[in-house]
Design a protein around this ligand. Structure first.
Ligand code: 3HC
Ligand code: NAI
Length: 699
């Protein structure tokens, strides 16, 4: 049986794409689809064609695994298949259910009419993979729905429900009943009426409106400049849509194909495709198979309604899971809940949440000062102060109070989960769930596996992360876990750069231009210089004494400059503004520290800053892999993308390392080690990869 099957219903041929799990349009599907179309056109008894998908969906688009590989001889490209569909002499109707994404939607745009099931999701997400739609999407969509709606849809890359697609004019009818039966009936009517095919490529009205109006595109580019900073694909989408308006259809298609081919070969697209698969891979834990039993999580409780607790509670309420928040007293509780309320209210004010939904969500968050109220919760997440004796006491109490099945996790950012688990009689049901701040926004959860954590607990918590809209990554126990441990490696070097001659604004600009949301100094001011100071204090007892760090941050702390909250830190801030302003007082401090250390300040180039910040961090990542604290290099990439805003188009630090080359990073680390000493000692794994000519992706 081919990847596409044909079933005759009267005089209508129903073609089903059958390539589980997502009906991706790989070589076999394209060959088979082209053959089945030709057969139906050649069959005199067939009046019209319906194309649909077998199983869960219409089609998830081109087979992303095939990108960058040679097309087998004799296999048609997707644009060729779609051109054949559009040019067909008999009406072709797409019957869409589940998902029609990317090339999947492009096939249906090549069809002459489209029917969709209620709730199906349609869109062109190519931009998220660092490419543009390459099978006519940028040429046909504007012809159906107009230039401005097409710009919005293609540049954002989201999937939209069929109802919206219907309102926009992508979908002609929403099926009321059996989708394929409705599509067949639709086709029969066309045949009976002798209606000729309506070819999208021949529609001109909607694009004619925008012809000779370059300002529409210019305005759109300006509007998206911030959001799309650093990415190539969103801008290429706009260029290709502009070409749809100004070039004849065939030339527009050729132009689109050229842009597609260029981007698919780019490092950005390779990186974004890596992220697509890595996101799915992190959910797979080699020794916790897919069929590991999980516990249902229908209620939750959070201990502590501070910075983190409130945000974590919102994640549950957002997906309809009732959550109880426990505080030490009524005042602390009210303060915490008030922050949550304000957070929701600001989303309502921005028009991104209805008042009704806000009320429903707040209604799911109950406050209490009585531990007895968490007894029946399926999971309890502790987010009280970072203090081992306190955490042990809380876990002991929870162990005594909660039902036997309750999973208990800690949001600790540095403490030993095994020690915390040992305070309970259920260490197999204890692990870390390390959310990132702000916990209602940042999508990362480092799920920390303890020595005794059971596989069922891990499977349940990993599933839960997904259910509450997070990307859960399993990590092992070490100081700072994966993300913060690498962060320290980077911020430490950033500190030395200041002593040697750089200034905070220069370091921050290099990192910002590299694509992170902000550099280390703007970030320290946002997180609080006092917070960083406390972390360093806690690390002090275990810091090997021959490894120094720059104490400029501690001196700034001692000046009572805590960052944005005191309007002064590494930078100064005008009242009510978050814009960092370089401060001569800080420059004076930095220069005086260099003098004290006997360092002659020198001009430090941007490339050196980038390497000094990134390579030691990658080196730390290599050590983490050696120690088995992250499962794979891709897990580290996902941690950095979702926890710290590492640019997606660079694929995460370890993918970036492979683009640079392990040998180049190893050489640079060796040089730095010779010049600056122990903090920069190359990891054995990095050395091994460099010598074998391999990368982290080969592990
Ligand atoms: N190509 C290859 N593999 C794909 C794929 C694709 N287009 N889409 C999904 N897969 C794989 C996933 O990697 C996953 O594999 P795994 O089980 O081994 O981890 C499996 O299919 C199931 O995927 P999901 O877990 O994501 O399934 P969901 O049901 O949650 O979601 C979906 C379905 C919405 C279709 C989602 O998979 C998705 O967003 N896919 C990508 C859609 C996309 O970007 N399409 C555009 C492709 S580029 C293109 O079409 C170019 C054209 O313009 C020329
Ligand atoms: P916070 O100080 O803002 O909030 C802690 C809250 O816990 C306070 O409201 C306090 O009243 C309450 N509390 C203390 N003892 C309690 C008890 N016995 N029972 C109930 N409530 C109690 O602290 P924050 O920042 O929210 O941190 C919480 C935990 O999350 C810490 O372990 C911290 O290391 C970790 N974390 C913090 C991050 C951050 O950026 N703030 C990021 C990731 C983890």
């Amino acid at each position: 049986m081919g990847a596409v099957t044909t079933e005759k219903r009267g005089n209508i041929a129903v073609l089903s794409i059958d390539n589980p799990p997502v009906n991706a349009l790989g070589a076999a599907v394209r060959s088979s689809l082209a053959e089945e179309i030709q057969a139906a056109l050649d069959d005199a008894a067939t009046g019209a064609l319906v194309i649909t998908g077998a199983g869960r969906m219409f089609s998830g688009g081109a087979d992303i695994q095939e990108f960058g590989k040679e097309r087998p001889a004799g296999v048609p490209s997707l644009p060729e298949v779609i051109t054949a569909i559009e040019g067909a002499s008999k009406p072709v109707i797409a019957a869409i259910h589940g998902v029609a994404a990317g090339g999947g939607l492009e096939i249906s745009l090549g069809c002459h009419w489209r029917l969709a099931a209620p709730g199906a999701r349609l869109g062109l997400p190519e931009v998220t993979l660092g490419i543009i739609p390459g099978a006519g999407g940028t040429q046909r969509l504007p012809r159906l729905i107009g230039v401005e709606a097409a710009l919005e849809a293609i540049v954002a890359g989201n999937l939209m429900p069929s109802e919206k697609a219907h309102a926009l004019g992508i979908v002609d009818e929403i099926s009321g009943n059996d989708l394929v039966a409705d599509a067949v009936a639709f086709a029969e009517k066309l045949v009976a009426a002798g209606t000729p095919p309506r070819r999208t490529g021949e529609l001109e009205d909607r694009i004619a409106e925008a012809r000779g109006k370059p300002e529409i595109f210019e305005k759109f580019r300006q509007g998206m400049a911030r959001r799309a900073r650093g990415f190539e694909a969103p801008f290429a989408c706009v260029d290709s849509i502009e070409a749809a308006v100004n070039l004849p259809f065939a030339e527009g298609l050729a132009n689109e194909r050229e842009i597609f081919a260029r981007l698919v070969a780019s490092d950005q697209s390779k990186a974004q495709r890596h992220v697509f698969f890595a996101e799915r891979e992190v959910a797979k834990i080699p020794d916790v198979p897919k069929d590991t039993p999980t516990q249902p999580i229908e209620s939750a409780a959070i201990i502590g309604a501070g910075t983190m607790g409130g945000g974590i509670a919102m994640n549950f309420a957002n997906v309809g899971i009732p959550v109880t928040v426990i505080e030490v007293d009524a005042d602390a509780l009210e303060k915490g809940l008030e922050v949550t309320r304000k957070n929701y209210a600001s989303t309502v004010a921005k028009g991104r949440l209805s008042q009704d939904d806000m009320d429903k969500r707040m209604g799911l968050i109950a406050g209490s000062t009585d531990y007895g109220d968490v007894a029946d919760a399926d999971i309890v997440i502790e987010a009280a102060f970072e203090d081992m004796p306190l955490k042990k006491e809380i876990f002991q109490r929870l162990d005594q109070t909660c039902k036997a099945e309750t999973i208990i996790t800690s949001n600790t950012s540095s403490l030993d989960i095994d020690e915390i688990a040992a305070a309970t009689g259920r260490p197999e049901k204890v692990m870390g769930t390390h959310f990132f701040s702000p916990a209602n926004v940042m999508r990362l959860a480092e799920n920390v596996r303890g020595a005794e954590t059971s596989k069922d607990t891990i499977a349940t918590v990993m599933d839960l992360s997904k259910a509450i809209g997070k990307v859960g990554v399993l990590v092992g126990i070490c100081d700072g876990f994966v993300g913060n441990r690498m962060l320290y490696a980077y911020t430490r070097q950033a500190g030395f750069l200041l002593e040697e001659g750089a200034l905070p604004e220069q370091v921050d600009k290099v990192i910002y231009d590299f694509g992170l949301p902000m550099g280390p100094y703007a970030m320290a001011d946002l997180a609080g210089i006092d917070v960083g100071w406390r972390v360093r204090q806690a690390q002090e007892p275990t810091r090997p004494k021959h490894l120094r760090y720059s104490d400029i941050a501690d001196r700034i702390y001692e000046m009572d400059r805590y960052g944005q909250k005191t309007q002064a830190g590494w930078y100064r801030y005008e009242k009510g503004s978050r814009a960092p302003i370089p401060d001569p007082e800080i420059e004076k401090l930095i220069v005086s520290v260099s003098e004290e250390l006997g360092i002659e300040r020198r001009a430090i180039g941007d490339q050196e800053i980038l390497e000094r910040c990134m390579y030691p961090m990658i080196n730390e990542g290599a050590k983490i892999l050696e120690e088995g604290l992250a499962l794979r290099a891709l897990d580290i990439d996902i941690i950095w993308i979702y926890g710290f805003g590492f640019p997606r188009y660079r694929g995460g630090p370890m993918f970036y390392a492979d683009l640079v080359g392990a040998d180049k990073i190893y050489d640079a680390m060796s040089r730095l080690y010779d010049e600056h000493g122990e903090w920069l000692k190359p990891a054995p794994l990095l050395e091994k990869l460099a010598k074998e000519g391999k990368g982290f992706g080969d592990l």
